[in-house]
Structures are given as structure tokens and as C-alpha cells.
Design a protein around this ligand. Structure first.
Ligand SMILES: [Zn+2]
Ligand SMILES: [Zn+2]
Length: 335
């Protein structure tokens, strides 16, 4: 294993790569930042279900995986940013199209996405991103919490899509990484919330955060018990079916799982009962950081364990085990 100075600037770095169907720790040159981009030395990352899906072959991605990160700016066009601790929005738009010009590169047709589409990701010692994507992390938020900014932002997207009032009946389906964060974020609205899951030990984590829970097999699916808003975050087609069954007539159903493959659904319920389906992906980072600063969302109990980047392959296996919530990768050199 190499020492920290052997990985210093302008030499090689470690990168957890998915190449030709194989996950491996590679040694690569430190990337060169393109125009308008910053080079970030990554200090900590989180493993997300999307990473697990990529190594199952979803999205046809080849390269360095990972998109949930916190790091320190090594170089940037704006010198004031150098040395700052940052997190970063993962979508990098072309900057020229109508969507980019209107300030929303998340849906740019030519976008690259950190560690997901056409851009090397965060499970490496260094990454590059447009400077505009970076947000400085307030000092009071430790790396272990800051690394959750991206998935918390994804949860916050729901707040921008649906007006959730106090007392509104809301169900979140799925007790995994994302479902847990969504429940914590929606819980800040004062809505009448329940998290529905499969694993008692995961539901306990939510209960510790004062969130009502129920095991999926014990859910009352009587029509009178249906919810105003249901968020599907199970990652399974069966979860989608249940989500439809739990949404009241005129209610809203937010889809957070990215299934690969087709899902069979009974559209008649959606039409007859006028249920609105809402696709939901990335959200605003500033709002997520506010929730971390205020302490309204505390992601730390969701950390199942922490590995070093050198153990990245083993960490990915662990992250896919049932019962495991969040696995973090510590990028500090061990020797
Ligand atoms: Zn993610
Ligand atoms: Zn664009």
C-alpha cells in the first residue's frame, strides 16, 4: 500500500472502478479539471443503491463509481474556494441548452452525472465537477453527516413537488437508505407520517427518530385507511403495487425507486381514482444542508459501518446485504 505523499498531486490516485462488468480498485492519474471545473480531494463517500445497481449492470456505466461525497477543493477557477470543504450536485449540464440556461442542468439532455453517466465518480482520491455544482459545508456539519447531503437533497425534492401540510396523511414505503431519509425529511413538515418497511431492526431506527412505523405485512389496506400522499422507495416492483393500493382517490404517489426493467401496473385504479403519479429524483442541496445544520435531520444513526477506500470492493458487498443501511468509505490514507 502506498503512503499519503505517494498519492500527492500530479501523481496517481486510488479509484474504485466498474470496468467490463468487474468492480476493482484501480490506480489512475489524478484527473485534470476542465474549464470552469474544480478539482476536489475526496475525504468521505457514501454507498447508495444506485452504485449497487451500476455494478449489477444497470445504466451501462464504465468508470469510477460513487456520487455521494464530501471533500476539500484542491484547485478551482475561483481561488477563494480552494481549501473549502464542499459537497456537490451530481448533474453537470452542457451550460448552453434551454434547460441549463434556465438554471436547471438536472434534466439537460447532454448532462453527465457524477459516477453514473459519462463522468468518473467520487469513490476516488480526487474528482472534478463544475465549480457551480459545489456548496461549502458549514463547519458544524461533520464529514459523516455532510456525505448524506445528496440523498437528503433527493428527499427534499418531494417538498418542492408536493405541498405537504400539517396533518396530511403520508406513507413512505421502504425502510432502506433512501426511505429512511425521506421519512426524516417529510417528518419536518408536521404531517401525519408512517414509514412502512420489511425489517424490524430498520424500523427501529426510524422509531428512534420519533417516526411511526409499521411492518409491511401488518399494513391495513382497507380503502378508508388510504393515504393523501404515498412515497415509493422500496426499489421493488411489488412496492409499487402496494403504493398504488395505499393511495387514496385524488391522492399523490411519488416514485423514488429507479427500477430497471418494466413494471406491470393496473392503470385503471390510477385513472378511476385520479391518482397523480410523480417521478422524483435529485433535489436542492442548499435545503439539505440547512436540515443538517439545524439538526432537524440526523443521518448519523443510519451509518451501519465505515470502510476505508482501499476496502471498497468488500464495502460494496456489505452494502448489498439485507439489514445493512448506510456504508461509508473513508478516503483518508491508512498508512
Ligand atoms: Zn445516491
Ligand atoms: Zn444543457
Amino acid at each position: 500500500m502506498k503512503s499519503a505523499d505517494q498519492y500527492s498531486k500530479n501523481t496517481n490516485m486510488r479509484a474504485l472502478q466498474f470496468l467490463n462488468g468487474q468492480l476493482q480498485l484501480s490506480e489512475l492519474p489524478v484527473p485534470m479539471a476542465a474549464e470552469g471545473e474544480a478539482l476536489v480531494r475526496v475525504t468521505m463517500t457514501g454507498i447508495c443503491n444506485t452504485d449497487l445497481e451500476i455494478v449489477r449492470g444497470y445504466a451501462g456505466f464504465n468508470g469510477t463509481i460513487g456520487h455521494e461525497f464530501v471533500g476539500v477543493v484542491e484547485s478551482a477557477p475561483e481561488p477563494g474556494l480552494v481549501g473549502c470543504r464542499v459537497v456537490g450536485e451530481i448533474n453537470a449540464g452542457c451550460g448552453r441548452c434551454r434547460l441549463c440556461q434556465s438554471g436547471d442542468p438536472r434534466h439537460c439532455l447532454e448532462r453527465t452525472v457524477l459516477g453514473i453517466v459519462g463522468r468518473d465518480g467520487a469513490f476516488a482520491d480526487y474528482l472534478r465537477l463544475p465549480m457551480a455544482n459545489l456548496l461549502v459545508v458549514p463547519e458544524t456539519v461533520p464529514d459523516r453527516a455532510a456525505v448524506f447531503t445528496e440523498p437528503i437533497a433527493a428527499a427534499c425534492e418531494i417538498l418542492d413537488q408536493v405541498k405537504i401540510g400539517a396533518g396530511m396523511r403520508v406513507a413512505v414505503l421502504g425502510d432502506g437508505k433512501l426511505g429512511q431519509l425521506i421519512a426524516r425529511v417529510l417528518g419536518t413538515t408536521g404531517c401525519d407520517l408512517v414509514l412502512i418497511g420489511k425489517y424490524p431492526e430498520k424500523l427501529r431506527l426510524a422509531e428512534d427518530a420519533a417516526i411511526k412505523t409499521v411492518l409491511k405485512d401488518q399494513v391495513n389496506i382497507a380503502p378508508a385507511e388510504r393515504f393523501d400522499l404515498v412515497v415509493e422507495a422500496t426499489g421493488s416492483p411489488q412496492g409499487f403495487e402496494m403504493a398504488v393500493a395505499l393511495t387514496r382517490p385524488g391522492g399523490r404517489l411519488v416514485l423514488k425507486s429507479t427500477f430497471h426493467g418494466a413494471v406491470t401496473i393496473d392503470l385503471s385504479r390510477i385513472v378511476v381514482d385520479e391518482i397523480s403519479l410523480i417521478g422524483s429524483r435529485c433535489g436542492r442541496f442548499d435545503r439539505a444542508l440547512e436540515l443538517l445544520v439545524s439538526g432537524e435531520v440526523d443521518p448519523l444513526p443510519l451509518v451501519s459501518s465505515e470502510y476505508s477506500l482501499d476496502e471498497g470492493v468488500a464495502a460494496m458487498v456489505e452494502a448489498g446485504r439485507h439489514g445493512v443501511v448506510k456504508i461509508l468509505l473513508n478516503h483518508h490514507q491508512v498508512n
